[in-house]
Design a protein around this ligand. Sequence first.
Ligand SMILES: *Cc1c(COP(=O)(O)O)cnc(C)c1O
Length: 386
Amino acid sequence: MIPYGRQEINSEDINSVIGILKSDFLTQGPTVSLFEEKFAAEVGASYAVAVNSGTSALHMSCAALGLGKGGLLWTSPISFVASANCALYCGADVDFVDIDLNTYNMSVDALANKLERAEKKGRLPDIVVPVHMCGRSCDVKSIKKLADEYHFKIIEDACHAIGGEYRGKPIGNCQYSDISVFSFHPVKIITTAEGGMATTNDAEIFENMRLFRNHGITRDEKQMTKEPDGPWYYQQIGLGYNYRMTDVQAALGISQLERLKDYVKKRNDIADLYDELLDGLPVVTPSRIEDGVSSFHLYVILIKNDLGSPSRREIFDCLRENGIGVNVHYIPIYKQPYYENMGYEQDDFPISENYYSSCISLPIFPTLDENDQRYVVEMLKQVVHK
Ligand SMILES: *Cc1c(COP(=O)(O)O)cnc(C)c1O
């Protein structure tokens, strides 16, 4: 089976990990700090906090921005469930903003309309989480304008998007947001097996996040409520979790980060070739950004559901039967049973419904063989012309 995505691990990665296993620190130690430093420099943010998953990074970010009971977070329904669950972890509520079919991202117009209505009803969001779907940045500059008007915070869910650019700058630099969040799950652009990162330019948010990932414990005297009892002393000054990344993971992350640019280049080459090979087929290929770079975590096409043409389901089944690990990203979050009785109306999200009924993710990863890629398109051609 050709998977839709997979990691690439080379001998340098393996040697870096072995080096840590032979060293004094296994869990969070100097290598995590070094990974954070390199990561912050890579994306052009002042601070980075490493954690054990992208999901933890989202939870930590919401908590660091003060989201709690009675709070409200809005995100895109076309995302992994973690983009919404982070609000529920904090005891807050979630609502969704419909997407734009051209970008697969949260629609800024839909957001503006929903904010206008929400203001009249007297319940505005505390946080909006735009998701950079497939690695293509949302229009965060426009979202920031709305944030200034309606006073909400922005967490960019950049789990797909490390290595991408927005308006000529790296995604994650937080120029238009409070925090950006990344995932290092093996299908993502770079991996630490499991792992995540949050970047920010705000020193206070940074401190809040560092406390949160380590039980709310500090060893910094300046943060303590009284003089230390002695050299052993630490204080728990908030409620946090154990969300630490290990030095083993960080070593893998540092090694992978060195190949980030190559990875994004290869993914873009694969996307370009798909665009070319799919030309003329009854499918919509991903639109391209003018002043940005997608990291192409996913290559999602939309099947045109014209009369007489095979359905998305038929195409999906046929590709799977022929050893192609196509996938569907994502089932709208409000359709999940856990979310279903929270009062969402699918009629409020017509574009997400349309997207979900026609999307297919084709295989894309740096080591995807060109012949395999041509085979994917050949099989797709056969089924749409059947
Ligand atoms: C992968 C992903 C997450 C969660 O990251 P994990 O590291 O798997 O916890 C969150 N949001 C999006 C959009 C993702 O793709």
